[in-house]
Structures are given as C-alpha cells and as structure tokens.
Ligand binder design. Sequence first.
Ligand SMILES: Nc1nc2c(ncn2[C@@H]2O[C@H](COP(=O)(O)OP(=O)(O)OP(=O)(O)O)[C@@H](O)[C@H]2O)c(=O)[nH]1
Length: 207
Amino acid sequence: MTVMGEKGMGSLEGVILAGGAGRRMGGVAKGLLPFAGAPLIRTISERMASRCKTVALVVATQRQAQELGGLGLPTRLDWLPGSGPLSALHIALLEAQEPLVWVSACDMPFVSPHAADWMAERLEASGANAIVPRVSGRLHPLQAIYRPECVLHSQSCLAQEERRMMALLEAVKPCVAEEEELRRAGIDTSFVTNINTPDDYARIAPH
Ligand SMILES: Nc1nc2c(ncn2[C@@H]2O[C@H](COP(=O)(O)OP(=O)(O)OP(=O)(O)O)[C@@H](O)[C@H]2O)c(=O)[nH]1
C-alpha cells in the first residue's frame, strides 16, 4: 500500500485550528488542557507530525498566538479574525505548501495517523477535492483532508458572509469516509471525538 501521507513523500501538511473561544469549556484555551501528561495540542501535533512535513496552528488573535507560542509550532492568524473555523481553514488552504492539508480541531485528542493515511489514499483515488469522515451519522469537517483547490470555495463562502463549515462541504462535495469502511480498514473511529465541555474532558481524559 502506498502511504500518501508518509513523512518524506511530502504530500501532507498538518493544520490545527486553535482559535476558538472555548465558551462551553469556561473560556479556557482547550488546546492547552493537559492530556496524557502534555498540552492537548502537543499530543495532537506529535501524532500529526508522524505523517506531515509541517504542522502549524491557526489562531484568531495575537493574544492566542502568544498564549500558544510556547508550543513552538508555526502559527498563522485567521483570514477574518474570530469568524470561526471556516476562516481559519481558508488561510491554511491559501498558504498551503503541500498538495494535501490535513486539518484537525485542537480538541480532538485521538487524531489518527492511520486514519489520515487511509483517507489520503482514498482521496487520491477518488479525484475529489476533500475527504471528510462520517461517524454516528455526522460529518466531521474539522478532522478531514482538503486539497488547496478548496480555497476557491472557502473564498466564495466567506465573500457571501457564509461561515458554516457545512456550506463549504456543500460547495466542495467531498468524498465521504463512511464509518463502516473506516472500521473495515481497522480504524478506530474515536479519532473524531472532541472535547467541548468539562464533562467531555472528565470522561475522555486519562486519569
Ligand atoms: N483559528 C480559529 N479556530 C477556531 C475558531 N473558532 C473555532 N475554532 C477552532 O475550531 C475547533 C472547533 O471549535 P468549537 O469547539 O466549535 O468552538 P470553540 O470556540 O472552541 O468552543 P465553544 O465556544 O464552546 O463553541 C476548535 O479547534 C477551535 O479552536 C476561530 O474563529 N478561529
């Protein structure tokens, strides 16, 4: 099997969206929550780095850039500051250096290189411009892979003041990685699990 995202092949670039306000978590920077002995973003970035030439953060404000600066990752600012994940994805696509951009939210501790390999290969075979997993009936556009060409659609959504990730998906028409086929490929679908609330954190974080 050709592993499209294998380090060295230079096809995958990792991007972690980390500019959310984390209101449901009480306004803390979710990416800095301790998880398995390290800040969540470090856990995520290390997993992504096993497949990506670079892993960068996208944040909404200079203050967040400073707050997360200690992690030592290259950091970009949103296209339209604080306009949600679509504007963050837009700048990542606009500045992409590699043919595939692997996007993760900063609150997804089980991000999976195995899932990324599989989705990258499936995306290459499909001819689509993006691949998005669907687990428990829900699409997960913040744990997905996009071609930089999707920037035309993110640009057009933002120009129309459309900020929903689902609007982007409607325009991009991604290939969908269905739960069943992910499982058949031996992939643990917890890679789409995210942490929104203190209850989620208490349930998911290892004790
Ligand atoms: N760069 C950037 N990232 C964002 C923005 N809004 C949300 N995100 C990121 O997108 C992912 C999903 O965000 P949500 O959990 O839906 O929103 P949140 O603001 O983090 O949390 P809530 O305020 O509780 O909704 C997280 O990784 C966020 O950090 C934004 O405006 N800019």
